[in-house]
Design a protein around this ligand. Structure first.
Ligand code: 5GP
Ligand code: ZN
Length: 126
């Protein structure tokens, strides 16, 4: 059954994370693969806060996972390697995909938040 994905924005050159991937906007890159890029969040919410994106533009994790499971695997692998290289495996970490309006997604280019380096508290606040 086709996934009712939200429309892909017409001009990905207007997309903040596409511009970071293109090198138009600087970022502190911690890992790069052929298909993914990991860089530090500009406004970290934890001691370690890295964003992992696909180089190709997809709106969100649901769209990506439906369209390209292999690339989804690449994204998850990069997130896991970042967690390891950032020293998060021993004490644990959190991987978040904010998705859509209720999910609090602000940048409409799929990205995983890798958070850790300190206790993160409850998953959500009511
Ligand atoms: P979202 O709310 O879409 O899940 O997360 C977007 C994230 O992008 C936020 O955590 C925000 O701090 C981060 N962010 C916004 N603008 C920039 C930027 O220009 N550079 C970097 N590195 N992160 C950004
Ligand atoms: Zn994009």
């Amino acid at each position: 059954m086709p996934y009712p994905s939200r429309p892909t924005i017409a001009l990905v050159t207007d997309c903040l994370f596409c511009r970071i991937v293109a090198g138009d906007i600087p970022a502190t890159v911690v890992r790069e693969t052929d298909t993914t890029l990991a860089f530090r969040d500009i406004d970290p919410k934890a001691a370690v806060h890295v964003l992992v994106v696909t180089k190709e533009h997809f709106v969100d994790i649901a769209s990506l996972a439906q369209a390209d499971p292999e690339l989804t695997g690449d994204l998850m692998e990069t997130a896991a390697v970042v967690a390891e290289t950032e020293g998060l495996l021993a004490d644990g970490f959190r991987l978040i995909f904010n998705t859509g309006a209720y999910g609090g997604q602000e940048v409409d280019h799929v990205h995983a938040h890798v958070l850790g380096g300190e206790p993160l508290g409850p998953m959500v606040c009511k």
